[in-house]
Ligand binder design. Structure first.
Ligand SMILES: Cc1cc2nc3c(=O)[nH]c(=O)nc-3n(C[C@H](O)[C@H](O)[C@H](O)COP(=O)(O)OP(=O)(O)OC[C@H]3O[C@@H](n4cnc5c(N)ncnc54)[C@H](O)[C@@H]3O)c2cc1C
Ligand SMILES: NC(=O)c1ccc[n+]([C@@H]2O[C@H](COP(=O)([O-])OP(=O)(O)OC[C@H]3O[C@@H](n4cnc5c(N)ncnc54)[C@H](O)[C@@H]3O)[C@@H](O)[C@H]2O)c1
Length: 451
């Protein structure tokens, strides 16, 4: 039995940073990873996909070159092998950086293998038993594959396996019209594939407000993506080299299928029952506001605790636990302002409540919207699709949430993230003097629309 001060299971976007802090503080730490350091974000998530999104945007801009008075000479084509290589390079550089950094730390041992609890303070990995008074779980999540009839007979793709593609699909069907599905749908359309999106919900990105879902649909349909919502019965069969996709009685002959119907936590083969760690019905580890599980000495960070499904929320979990354990602070997950982006182009930047959530809260809600066609930066770049919207409490003047669907919306939303984190009222911001010509310059005008 090997004795440590702390054991980390999974090297995602929280564990390695906390492991490093502890090792630097002189604690003896084991970091167990069954695949690659950096987890989903580095190896099969944010980094490769945003690199691919950038390639797809380059193709899109090149096709629109004439709109800017620029000639590119001949028809734009995409070398999928070079596109894939570029994404792999970004991933490999990041992974290599982690291997060098973590591998060079004193007091930190990296163990490659699947870890499983055999007691509340003991795990087994690669046949060795390791014990520690503190165990941190950062095991992430994986794609959910619904039991569609015939799915096992076809070589469907997931968000991970599609990253290995180095040829262009003739026709890509995307099942699931949310973050993963929409990013890949637009990307492959821009690479040159025919793309069909099938979403079970009544609209795309069903968690967003209806006006946002509808604008997203317009953006994607405008690029020639076929969008079908409210789809309930999906089945598959083989048709020679192709796949016959049947959805609500309509058959489509497609060359590839991407299943992007959500993710589930990697908590089903972890021995959590043996350790006595509680999960909810969907397998998410139950934690309190300080990310402690019901078992003293065991914490859960990142996607597996169900309090966030993003790299920045996982990293913030690290910050919370590090502050509480190493810096004598009292940080809590409930003080986090929820924010994220959807990386279609133009992107969707989001923070806080949707309008629907704000109205359901029973507050006296005021809303202001402005189209991106009012933004100088958008006009100058000939990219005026989308709009911005802010939702506030008319009584307290609190900003409850904001959305920027439009060029640079993922960056401009940070004005709202910062304001909400600082609990600034909208009246304080209405007379800010922004820089011209930026996307953010319309924000004071947007806020003046609240009163
Ligand atoms: C296609 C895609 C695109 C995304 N894009 C974005 C984006 O643009 N922005 C964003 O914020 N988020 C994005 N995400 C989400 C983001 O990748 C995750 O939220 C982020 O990686 C945080 O995950 P984590 O720290 O919980 O664990 P992960 O990064 O998932 O890492 C968990 C690690 O644990 C390991 N592991 C699991 N079980 C065991 C075990 N029993 N023993 C040993 N090791 C184990 C796994 O191999 C893995 O390496 C995207 C996700 C996907 C799939
Ligand atoms: N930009 C980002 O930050 C980013 C990008 C990609 C992924 N992610 C993370 O990955 C997570 C998973 O993303 P996701 O898009 O797979 O999941 P999701 O849960 O966001 O969306 C899944 C979609 O599939 C639909 N769906 C479910 N079952 C279906 C069925 N049988 N037929 C048709 N449609 C069906 C759902 O209605 C939903 O719209 C997200 O929660 C997010 O945190 C983040």
């Amino acid at each position: 039995m090997r004795q440590y001060d702390a054991i980390f299971i999974g090297a995602g976007q929280a564990g390695p940073f906390l492991a490093a802090r502890m090792a630097e503080n002189g604690l003896k730490v084991a970091l167990i990873e069954r695949k690659f350091l950096g987890g989903t974000c580095v190896n099969a998530g944010c980094m490769p996909t945003k690199t691919l999104v950038a390639s797809a945007r380059a193709a899109h801009v090149a096709r629109r070159a004439a709109d800017f008075g620029v000639s590119v000479g001949r028809e734009v084509s995409v070398d999928m092998s070079a596109v894939r290589k570029r994404a792999q390079t970004v991933t490999m550089d990041a992974r290599k950086g982690l291997i060098e950094w973590l591998g060079g730390l004193n007091n930190l041992t990296i163990i490659y293998g699947h870890a499983r609890f055999i007691a509340a303070d003991t795990v087994v990995a690669n046949g060795s038993e390791l014990t520690a008074p503190r165990i941190f779980i950062n095991v992430g999540a994986r794609p959910v594959i619904p039991t569609f009839p015939g799915i096992e007979d076809v070589d469907y793709l997931t968000s991970a396996s599609i990253l290995e593609m180095d040829t262009l699909p003739r026709h890509l069907a995307v099942i699931g019209g949310s973050y993963i599905g929409l990013e890949f749908a637009q990307m492959y359309r821009r690479f040159g594939s025919e793309v069909t999106v099938l979403e079970r919900g009544a609209r795309l990105a069903p968690r967003e407000d209806e006006d946002i879902s509808s604008a997203i649909r317009d953006i994607l349909a405008g690029e020639g993506i076929a969008v079908h919502t409210g789809v309930s019965e999906i089945s598959f069969s083989r048709k020679g080299e192709d796949i016959l996709l049947n959805a609500d009685g309509t058959s489509r002959d497609v060359s590839h299928v991407l299943v992007a119907t959500g993710r589930r936590p990697n908590t089903d083969d972890l021995g959590l029952e043996t350790a006595g760690v509680e999960t909810d019905a969907r397998g998410y580890i139950q934690v309190n506001d300080r990310l402690e599980t019901n078992v003293p000495g065991i914490w859960a960070l990142g996607d597996c605790n169900g309090h966030g499904a993003f790299t920045h929320t996982s990293y913030n979990d690290f910050e919370i636990v590090a502050a509480n354990l190493l810096d004598s602070e009292d940080r809590r997950v409930s003080s986090r302002v929820a924010a994220y982006a959807l990386y279609i182009d133009p992107p969707l930047g989001r923070v806080g409540m949707t309008e629907k959530e704000a109205r359901a809260s029973g507050r006296n809600v005021v809303v202001s919207t402005r189209p991106m066609s009012r933004v100088g930066r958008a006009k100058e770049r000939s990219e005026t699709l989308g709009f911005m919207k802010v939702v506030a409490d008319a009584d307290t003047k609190e900003i409850l949430g904001a959305t920027i669907l439009g060029i640079e919306g993922d960056e401009a939303i940070h004005g709202f993230i910062d304001a909400m984190t600082a609990r600034t009222t909208f009246t304080d911001l209405q007379w800010a003097v922004p820089v011209h010509p930026t996307v953010s310059e319309l924000i004071p005008t947007l806020l003046r629309g609240l009163s």
